[in-house]
Design a protein. Structure first.
Length: 363
């Protein structure tokens, strides 16, 4: 295939398609120019951050690992058409996905790898990079990390097969897999042209329309409402539904605001508190009954009331069933607290701790 280039309708020139010399050139190009993967055709304004090339797994290195602002993780496998093993590229990508899911059951270990790569390339932590790249605030970044954690734990990964030319059989295979499984696999053909000092890339993505037609509302994140959250909680939380509803009513009565989040699977709401130091989120509650209190992340914001923050953290640590999760920001450990299931006893303890803190610092 050729393209025609002209200047103001004159001096037209035919430009023949060029070739990538090696797969490394293809990988390097998408890392520097992630727009070459037209993920925006799946959802408007969606884009990818290619975090790391040659991401090591027990099955071999993933050519490129990427993420989007919704916390979806993409395994990108590159192949040149002249490569004889191009027919096995889908199986290879799935094998890497299984290895990533199996090996990185410790999410912090996974983040440590991404942190090291971002420090090397951008002199930033991974969290700082996604804030800059996707234009997120602190809470949105935390929600992206939480979505990534869930997706990795569930093995809910997305796959991109990127080639300079894609034969019809591979397109048919990807359409078949997408239509008859829960996998999201996309094929991207990147046509390459050179004109003087310019490189011209024409990306074409295959497999998108199939996923749109079978998912309709499912593949993109949604904004939850109160009614939808409670309905989702009723379906997922079983006997603890009444406790989740009580926690929501408590939050509506005492928080500065209750904000419903986004997410494809689990509804959630956040307990927002306005203070003299700004608005903070004390905890997030999910429709499956899980509670997350990211108190370590707001400790620096609340330097004016260190004693009150220390009392709140100690109160949460003592609640039965609460687990402590450590994150690292610029080498500094920061704690958050999680609760897998509500009971009458620990709900009362949560409400007492939150109420005591709210009375002291609410503006």
């Amino acid at each position: 295939m050729s393209i025609i280039i002209s200047k103001r309708g004159q001096n037209a020139q035919k430009i023949d398609r060029a070739d990538f010399e090696a797969e490394d050139n293809l990988q390097d190009y998408i890392q520097k120019n992630p727009e070459a993967i037209p993920i925006y055709e799946i959802e408007k304004d969606k884009k990818l951050l290619v975090v790391k090339r040659e991401f090591e797994t027990n099955s071999g290195p993933i050519d490129a690992l990427a993420v989007d602002k919704d916390g979806d993780i993409y395994i990108v496998e590159t192949k040149l058409y002249k490569n004889p093993d191009k027919r096995t590229v889908v199986a290879q990508a799935l094998d890497y996905g299984a290895a990533l899911w199996k090996h990185f059951n410790d999410f912090q270990e996974f983040i440590n790898v991404l942190d090291a790569e971002c420090q090397k390339n951008f002199n930033q932590t991974f969290k700082e990079k996604i804030i800059d790249f996707f234009n997120l605030d602190e809470e949105q970044a935390e929600m992206q990390l939480e979505s990534m954690k869930k997706n990795l734990n569930d093995g809910d990964l997305k796959f991109v097969v990127l080639m300079d030319s894609i034969e019809e059989r591979l397109k048919n295979l990807i359409i078949y897999v997408n239509q008859n499984s829960q996998f999201d696999i996309y094929a991207v053909q990147l046509e390459y042209y050179k004109f003087n000092d310019y490189e011209i890339m024409i990306p074409k993505i295959f497999g998108v329309e199939v996923k749109k037609s079978i998912k309709t509302n499912g593949s993109t994140r949604r904004k939850w409402t109160r009614e939808e959250f409670l309905q989702d909680a009723k379906e997922k939380s079983g006997d603890s539904y009444n406790l989740i509803e009580k926690l929501l009513i408590f939050s509506e009565d005492n928080a500065s605001s209750v904000v419903y989040g986004t997410g494809r699977e689990d509804g959630n709401f956040s307990y927002k508190l306005r203070t003299k130091d700004g608005e903070i989120t004390l905890f997030c509650a999910y429709s499956n009954g899980e509670i997350y209190a990211r108190l370590g992340f707001i400790q620096d914001i609340m330097e004016r009331v260190p004693d009150e923050m220390a009392q709140l953290i100690e109160a949460f640590k003592k609640i039965k069933g609460v687990s402590t999760i450590k994150h690292f920001e610029k080498g500094t450990p920061i704690e958050e607290y999680s609760l897998d299931a509500l009971t009458e006893a620990n709900l009362k303890e949560i409400e007492e701790a939150i109420m005591d803190f709210t009375k002291k610092v609410k503006a």
